[in-house]
Design a protein around this ligand. Structure first.
Ligand SMILES: [Zn+2]
Length: 255
């Protein structure tokens, strides 16, 4: 699909942090949010795959990547466990944090869905055929639901995705905005790298102090009072007491 000026303009208007800040994050979906998801998919030139054969073609071309599952997430019930690269990164990062946060793996129940395999009640604006959305299982544990909802709403507040808690069947529908999410992750990684470098520089500085500090360490200035002198005095007293004790024992033995 060709990127049109109109689509690019819509993307510029809808996918900016300012647009995200304008609306309070919520788990309630809306027609407006579906329009936004759809517009972002089209502005990214994402093809809405029509059939399982086209899914296979897009996988071969590397436009859709497999979601194989790992210790932190598993795929259950998804006929086409594939997604755009940024969405796979999202699943991997979120599931790792989810596992740490609440102790159970994340469950992906749907990912890419070709147009001819969409459920009857799917919106015609759905971005599942674009490989841009995943459905996540609603945990039976209150703390895990709270963790996941807070995390997803925080990301929605940053303008990098749109989450809806669906009732029929119960699940979280998450449309991830590829460009905004990739920028968000790049900024986080850059921040982590900067902090790691700072920590390393501080460790190196401690291991080899500057010349002035080395000179001070080589020729320590005697304290004119305080703890070192007090410790010396105590050591002298103890040494004296031990010497007296030893002398008395010696006298008793010899006496
Ligand atoms: Zn969905």
């Amino acid at each position: 699909m060709r990127r049109t000026l109109g689509a690019a303009l819509i993307l510029a208007l809808l996918a900016t942090p300012a647009a995200a800040a304008a609306s309070t994050p919520t788990l309630r979906g809306s027609h407006r949010s579906m329009i936004r998801q759809n517009a972002i998919a089209r502005a990214n030139d994402f093809t809405f795959v029509r059939s399982p054969a086209q899914v296979r073609e897009w996988v071969q071309k590397g436009r859709l990547l497999p979601l194989p599952g790992n210790d932190a997430y598993r795929v259950d019930g998804a006929s086409f466990p594939y997604a755009r690269p940024e969405i796979r990164t999202f699943v991997e990062r979120l599931s790792s944090q989810y596992l740490s946060g609440c102790g159970e793996p994340l469950v992906v129940t749907s990912a890419t869905r070709p147009l001819d395999r969409q459920p009857r009640n799917a919106s015609e604006l759905s971005v599942h055929p674009a490989g841009m959305a995943v459905d996540l299982r609603v945990s039976g544990r209150h703390d895990c639901r709270a963790w996941l909802e807070n995390a997803l709403l925080a990301l929605e507040g940053k303008g990098v995705l749109d989450v809806t808690r669906e009732r029929r069947p119960p699940h979280y529908h998450v449309a991830v905005f590829p460009q905004a999410y990739a920028k968000h992750v790049a900024a986080l990684l850059a921040d982590s790298a900067r902090k790691a470098l700072q920590a390393r520089a501080a460790a190196v500085s401690l291991a080899s102090p500057p010349p002035a500090a080395r000179r001070a360490a080589a020729h320590p200035v005697e304290s004119s009072g305080g703890e070192p002198a007090w410790v010396d005095a105590l050591a002298l007293i103890l040494t004296g007491a031990i010497a007296i004790g030893l002398a008395r024992r010696s006298q008793r033995r010899s006496g």
